[in-house]
Design a protein around this ligand. Structure first.
Ligand SMILES: *Cc1c(COP(=O)(O)O)cnc(C)c1O
Length: 382
């Protein structure tokens, strides 16, 4: 049975799998709470349906990376606290206040801009402070934290409610540096005192070193059911939540010696059956999967032949008897006893699963399932 929403390419997102993953994480992290990271359109899975599902399953807060992502969730009626855990510019202070987002203060300029916007709106704004304990990306170096905390506490429009850090190597086998970062955050928060929610645990930490969780965990990837890296060892029974599927378009016979796609990088060694998959790099399948990847048709792997184009690629179904136009092709996911994972596609492009799921384009319809039934479909058209 196909759940195709119209376009012969679609992502199926199993909200039950996401809820299952959240419940496992909530259990493992207790008594710490869970802030679910839904940045980047919930890692490609669709911010609004995912945000609703994770909150229902026990997460109590959400995290995004930019202000617009937070506004999108507010417009959908989501009331839970939403932290913006990456740089928000002073010019975004107005939108932050109007949408009750929780930004991170990293210097005097952002602190004063957030306070001024809160004052104009006549509200008190909750803020977090990110401590840069070794990522050297965003945040405040530990030695500068006491001064900035003093400034924030001197501004009546701001309420410092949380402090956090982000680990650089939590997903590697050697946890030495992660433990140093953890200890740096614990020492920094202890020095400034006060009731603060301390949050540090990304997915790798939830899985491998749950003792380094403090008051609230902050996982992304694990919520969607994927391993943060091959070096993470203590896996939970996570359920992968998103599959990418297509309907096979044209199937034709290519005589031996003829070539497929741009650049003619593949020549048929024998008369071959070539099937069209209506998915390209503009949909999120990397061009580096050319002549490397495969899809599943009738429970068998059909290798990609020639270059992946912007909107389409071709696979070889010569050894799949009966393969025909209209068959369902699984680009990522399971069919019969076979599976293709986001990790596998990432490896074909010399990158990580994170980058592939996030790259899934807006024009790919998302079909949401609960109890095996379609409960919602979103397309480019709404
Ligand atoms: C993306 C991100 C996370 C989540 O990381 P995962 O590895 O997906 O669990 C947590 N915190 C911050 C600050 C992030 O940028």
């Amino acid at each position: 049975m196909t759940t195709s929403p119209g376009r012969p390419l679609w992502a199926e997102i199993d909200l039950d799998a996401i809820a299952h993953n959240v419940r496992l994480i909530v259990q493992r992290m207790a008594p710490a709470s869970v802030m679910a990271v839904v940045k980047a359109n919930a890692y490609g899975h669709g911010a609004v349906p995912v945000a609703r599902a994770v909150l229902e399953a026990g997460a109590i807060q959400l995290a995004v990376a930019c202000v617009d992502e937070g506004v999108q969730l507010r417009r959908a009626g989501i009331m839970a606290p939403i932290a913006v855990v990456a740089y928000a510019a002073p010019g975004e202070a107005e939108a932050i206040v109007a949408n009750r987002l929780t930004p991170a203060v990293i210097d005097e300029a952002t602190g004063r801009a957030f306070a001024a916007a809160a004052k104009r709106a006549g509200v008190r704004l909750q803020v977090h402070l990110e401590v840069d304990t070794g990522m050297a990306r965003f945040g405040v170096r530990p030695e500068d934290v006491p001064g900035l905390v003093a400034l924030i506490r001197s501004l009546p429009e701001l309420e410092l409610v949380g402090m956090y850090t982000h680990y650089a190597t939590a997903d590697t086998a050697d946890k030495t540096f992660t433990r140093q970062q953890y200890q740096a955050l614990v020492a920094t928060t202890a020095a400034v005192g006060g009731p603060l929610t301390r949050h540090v645990a990304n997915s790798a930490t939830v899985l491998d070193t749950p003792d380094m969780k403090l008051d609230m965990a902050r996982p992304g990837m694990a919520i969607y059911g994927y391993q943060p890296s091959g070096e993470v060892t203590h896996s939970l029974e996570l359920h992968p939540s998103m599959q990418l599927k297509a309907t096979v378009g044209r199937v034709h016979t290519l005589p031996a010696g003829e070539t497929v796609s741009y650049g003619r990088t593949w020549t048929a060694p024998r008369d071959s059956r070539i099937a069209l998959i209506p998915c390209g790099y503009a949909d999120g399948i990397p061009r580096l999967a050319s002549n490397r990847g495969a899809v599943l048709v009738r429970g068998q792997r059909a290798p990609i032949r020639g270059r992946v184009c912007m909107d389409q690629f071709m696979v070889d179904v010569t050894d799949i008897p009966g393969a025909t136009a209209g068959d369902e092709a699984v680009i990522v996911g399971t069919q019969g006893s076979q599976a293709i994972t986001w990790e596998e596609v990432g490896a074909q492009a010399s990158t990580i699963n994170y980058e592939i799921v996030c790259a899934l384009a807006a024009r790919v319809p998302r079909v949401y399932l609960r109890g095996g039934q379609v409960v919602e479909t979103t397309t480019l058209l709404g």
